[in-house]
Design a binder for this molecule. Sequence first.
Ligand SMILES: CCC(=O)SCCNC(=O)CCNC(=O)[C@H](O)C(C)(C)COP(=O)(O)OP(=O)(O)OC[C@H]1O[C@@H](n2cnc3c(N)ncnc32)[C@H](O)[C@@H]1OP(=O)(O)O
Length: 659
Amino acid sequence: MLNHAHPAAQGSYREVWDRSQDDRAGFWLEAAEAVEWVVAPKDAIEERSLTEWRWFPGGELNMSANALDRHVDAGRGDNAALIYDSAMTGTRASISYSELRDRVARFAGALRAQGVEAGDRVLIYLPMTPEAVTAMLACARIGAIHSVVFGGFAASELAVRIQDAKPKVIVTASGGLEPNRAVEYLPLVQRAIEICGGAAAGVQAVIVRDRDAVPGSAADYASETSARWIDWDDAEHDVTPADPVALPSDHPLYILYTSGTTGNPKGVVRDTGGYAVGLSWAMRGIYDFGPGDTIFTASDVGWVVGHSFIVYGPLLAGGTTVLYEGKPVGTPDAGAFWRILSSYGAKILSTAPTALRAIKREDPELRELTKYDLSSLKAVYLAGERMDPETWHWINDGLGVPVVDHWWQTETGWPICANPLGIEQLQTKAGSTTVPMPGFEVCIVDADGNDITAPGVEGNIAIRLPLAPGALLDIWGGHERFISSYLAAFPGYYASGDAGHFDEDGYLFVMGRTDDVINVAGHRLSTGSLEEVLTMHPAVAECAVIGVHDELKGQHAAGFVALKHGEQVHREELAAELVSLVREHVGPVAAFRDVTIVERLPKTRSGKILRKTIRQIVDGEPYKIPATIEDPSVIDALIEALGRTVHAPATTQIQVAAG
Ligand SMILES: CCC(=O)SCCNC(=O)CCNC(=O)[C@H](O)C(C)(C)COP(=O)(O)OP(=O)(O)OC[C@H]1O[C@@H](n2cnc3c(N)ncnc32)[C@H](O)[C@@H]1OP(=O)(O)O
């Protein structure tokens, strides 16, 4: 018997799926009943063209009211909305729905006092503290569009996002805490504003939460003229708490940047109504989650997993969400996740495979697990990267609860394929993300966009348009970019960028990317951006960055550099300088370490670098040298050079002048 009835999640998976296909509008209008509307929508979807659609036209709602006020009004104000657990500072706090609503209303008032209005952008650059959730929901309350930036990015990545989103206000903190070091955010914010041209960046105010554990405060930047730097408490002083405003269903709730193959990251635009409905359905249909339940999503609010399953999803559903500042291992040990699950009686753990591999490496026998009572845990959900079957078996056997590997993307906002435990538990197959969820008609298409879906047939994974409610509607600042990035390759479909196949039971197996995007520890990175950084080094003539297999992180980036004619370098020094450049321009999260100096890069006669061949060689896979290769001897030289690859230590010490 399932805990949480939902209008559009009744019956078997097959029945629910068929209903969503046979009567799409009826299905989603019924699902929309789980959301509180100021003006209820009469229609489910308005299809303006093949590339443009809007969910719930005419509907009006407020996300913060749905996530907070609704539950307070229903008498659940004393229930815990947010549990904050910091392994870094030892802080543990439980914040009720009433308290969180009051904090959000107050901070929304503070944003208003700084001139923020509906439609204005607010950039949030905060560590994993309750202020991040407060700031996101405060924006939603007044219709400001938030853009959360992950703390592991460098100032230049922050600058790119400021340039694109043009925020009126930045909300930040003195810094974040990583094992053995404090990451000071304020110099990064100041540098990012400078890169954007100071006052020309258009940032009017920087609101700073002063954390005792990290040096720096707004007062240190009092002489800055490009923006007002204000302490969080001062910003809230004497403000009028803001009530939620009614917003059209397609009002952008947030922009979230994600790496593409080339150029700047793409700002995925999420709507309000479609997302509220899609996520509410997912919380019930996939996670079987509702009031009284607790979820621990071990991710970061800077990623879509954090947006959907730390913040919006659990709160829309009226449950309790755990915000954890710490790592799976080392803070202090490999029992950190089990401690949290047991302390707060969590029903669900949601995390990335890398986190489990880190625990497995430290504690393969799961000895730490025996110290905790995990009787409330009902399921584990994995996303962010491919789950290797060995780790899946290890955790599945170790925990004795269903471990659901589900597939989705920043763009889709919620799972495309999953085992929908809230409807029925389907048989699990290691290596598969199970079956498509309502709204996502997944197909396999060939290079020309022909539907070749059939058991065992490998190809590009595409989703028939329109996408489910809550999936992206646009790229910030450019509908053309939305079309060229996602819709042009296979007309009538969204190109996921992943490749894979279905089996005879309709289970999807996602096998890897079809482009130059790599996934390092669940972080999506563009090899093109890393190459841009390596070529900034004055000694580097050209380079290739590829994603190679990594036992822990799934993949890591390996750099192959050819030097300018006559350059004499010390291999270790060059590697250290390149690592330093990547940390400075992309951030530590790129985890870039491996540098191989080559005489020349293997290329086709038309000049295309043979990245796939390089990757196969590095990963020890069988490879075939393409007939179009310019000079086959380059391959032998590359193999020889691999014996001299430098695995540089992470360092921030060495400064290199960019050439
Ligand atoms: C389904 C849709 C999606 O795909 S959304 C994206 C889902 N992805 C995720 O949730 C990410 C999952 N990964 C993780 O949470 C982490 O990688 C885990 C597994 C916890 C491991 O963390 P960690 O040990 O720090 O390794 P890492 O590779 O992430 O970090 C590399 C270097 O970056 C640093 N870093 C990390 N986070 C921050 C941060 N917030 N602020 C500043 N720095 C950060 C780390 O300290 C590490 O630095 P260093 O190289 O050791 O000096």
